[in-house]
Design a protein around this ligand. Structure first.
Ligand code: PEP
Ligand code: MG
Length: 577
């Protein structure tokens, strides 16, 4: 029987493959006492389970491709170290001997004791290790239960070219691992198209569907399915005819991508000769390489959250190396590095911080950095050191008021002076820009534009906060409307303020890389668009093929309310073909 499940396509790609369900799976904890004669065998069972778990991790580490899996590598290394820790293995063995209990029971008791100690110590570092301990212990428990290697990062096959992974939800760490193993497609039960895993899927060009209810129940392991990102559908029970049809569609879209790439070399001018500028959003090194290949003029947004994926915070040198590698890859083209923007749907457990009652409105972005000044200064120092190797700008996320910019500037200046005293030859000024992504920043944009050297519009958050819709909640996704008058009003306001104060303004949210909305931005006078490298060719063609004056006229008429209630809508008028 064939079945179509629906969700939200975060990329328009097509994937065909066999289902692999990623389920943590519940394990029971058998508890029993042992005769003296059974203790030796139980100890051996324990050591073998630890040994197999460690071997499993070592094997995985050995096969890892250096390029994008540094984060995954660090994570797995941490798990391996935990498995070797005498506090875990020797103390568990001591419990088996002393209490004459079975290995599973002893292990869980010992792990609980360590967790409680970590909690009592309250140390941020130890708190962040709790999750690692849980995962490493989970691996041994799986071995003891003869259901090995079901830890999330290790429960997927090593080659995923023809595999569609189905999960409840996926975090950036899992996404990195799955991408490294060349997964064909992804389906999650939860999450919205603007969540970070979705953005990562777009940047890694993995076809992905989010918000597919009960996908784990309805899809069976190994069945062949088609993921149609364009229509937001998963097709099951498919016959050869349909598979062929989709293979052809996939091939046609591959050809279209190749054809679109031809436009990249053309000068960035609209039909009426207006210049526009395309920039790249890049987080991981392969993104920078892709942006470079696509010939972007600059990197408009480097999100740095991914460096902080692991539970260990990256130190100054680690960050410096990452920023320097990015700077060197871009060979003289400027990079806008955004300071840490965690909170909301991003890595909420890191830094030992509790989420707070509403993470999207809590201590996120620059608010967090200003409350952890040493961490912020460390990042600024790393960025400034990287700026010696090529042009860099600093971008501050989640602003609501000018005082935040002033405080950040003091820290940037202090870091610069300290580095100069240490003998570093730094530029006397480094541009400091701000994300305009809260209603407060958009409404008070004039004051911010006076304080800042450049503006960058984060439409993902701006739309979330203006329309009061959680960007990762599929239930309210139908309300996501970039043409909502409130959104357009604020975008226009930001553009006008930037023009008035003579500061450049870039759009770096997903609207910039969306074929349906790029002309809308052009029509609003926003002609610097920063997007994932995969989006560049189609956006370039869309803007090459249009006239800026025409787009401006349509958008102005819309803003004036001339045709609000009539069909077709604004986006159809801007993209008639
Ligand atoms: C945005 O909010 O539009 C943005 C670019 O930042 P992020 O998606 O990382 O929150
Ligand atoms: Mg944002």
């Amino acid at each position: 029987m064939s079945l179509a499940l629906t969700g939200l396509g975060v990329t328009s790609g097509i994937a065909l493959g066999r289902v692999h369900r990623l389920t943590p799976g519940e394990l029971s904890i058998p508890e029993y006492h042992l005769d003296d004669s059974a203790i030796g065998a139980e100890l051996e069972r324990l050591h073998k389970a630890f040994g197999r778990s460690e071997k499993f991790l070592s094997g995985l580490l050995a096969r890892m491709d250096k390029e994008i899996t540094d984060t995954a590598r660090d994570l797995l290394e941490a798990h391996r170290l935990i498995l070797r820790d005498p506090m875990l293995i020797d103390s568990t063995a001591a419990r088996i001997r002393g209490d004459r209990i079975n290995a599973e029971w002893a292990l869980v008791q010992q792990a609980n004791q360590l967790q409680n100690e970590f909690r009592r110590l309250g140390d941020d570092y130890l708190a962040s290790r709790r999750e690692d301990l849980e995962q490493a212990v989970g691996l041994v428990r799986r071995e003891l239960a003869d259901q090995p290697a079901l830890m999330v990062s290790t429960q997927v096959p090593h080659r995923l070219e023809n595999i569609i992974v189905v999960a409840s939800e996926l975090g950036p760490a899992e996404m990195t691992i799955l991408s490294q193993r060349k997964v064909a497609g992804l389906i999650t039960e939860h999450g919205g198209p603007w969540s970070h895993s979705a953005i990562l899927a777009r940047s890694l060009e993995i076809p992905m569907l989010v918000g597919v209810p009960r996908a784990l129940d309805l899809l069976s392991e190994d069945e062949t399915v088609i993921v149609d990102g364009h229509y937001g559908a998963v097709l099951t029970g498919v016959d050869e005819g349909l598979l062929d049809h989709y293979r052809e569609k996939r091939e046609a879209s591959r050809r279209r991508r190749l054809e679109l790439r031809r436009y990249l070399a053309r000068p960035s001018l609209t039909q009426d000769g207006q210049a526009f500028m395309l920039l790249g959003n890049a987080d991981l090194l392969p993104d920078f390489k892709r942006c470079n290949d696509a010939g972007v003029e600059a990197i408009g947004l480097m999100r740095t959250e991914y460096l902080f994926l692991d539970n260990d915070l990256p130190d100054e040198d680690t960050q410096y190396r990452a920023y320097r590698a990015a700077v060197e890859t871009m060979q003289g083209r400027p990079i806008t590095i955004r300071t840490l923007d965690v909170g909301g749907d991003k890595l909420p457990d890191m830094l030992g911080f509790t989420k707070g009652p509403n993470p999207a409105l809590g201590l996120r972005g620059l608010r967090l950095s200003l409350s952890l000044k040493d961490l912020f200064a460390q990042q600024i120092r790393a960025i400034l050191r990287a700026s010696v190797h090529g042009p860099v700008e600093i971008l501050l996320p989640m602003l609501t008021r000018t005082e935040e910019v002033q405080q950040a500037r003091v820290i940037v200046d202090e870091c610069r002076q300290a580095l100069q005293r240490e003998g570093l030859n730094l530029d006397p000024v480094i541009a400091l820009g701000g994300m305009i992504e809260t209603p407060a920043a958009a409404i008070a944009v004039d004051a911010l534009a006076e304080e800042l050297d450049f503006l960058s519009i984060g439409t993902n958050d701006l739309i979330q906060y203006v329309l009061a819709i959680d960007r990762s909640d599929e239930l309210v996704d139908y309300l996501y409307d970039p043409t909502h008058p409130a959104v357009l009003f604020l975008l226009k306001r930001i553009q006008q303020a930037a023009a008035l104060h003579g500061v450049p303004v870039t759009v770096c949210g997903e609207l910039a890389g969306d074929e349906r909305t790029a002309r809308l931005l052009l029509g609003l006078g926003l002609n610097r668009l920063s997007m994932p490298p995969a989006a560049l060719p189609a956006i370039k063609k869309s803007l090459l093929d249009t006239s800026a004056a025409h787009c401006q006229q349509i958008v102005q008429q819309w803003l004036d309310g001339a045709f609000h209630e009539t069909q077709p809508g604004l986006l159809t008028r801007l993209n008639p073909e």
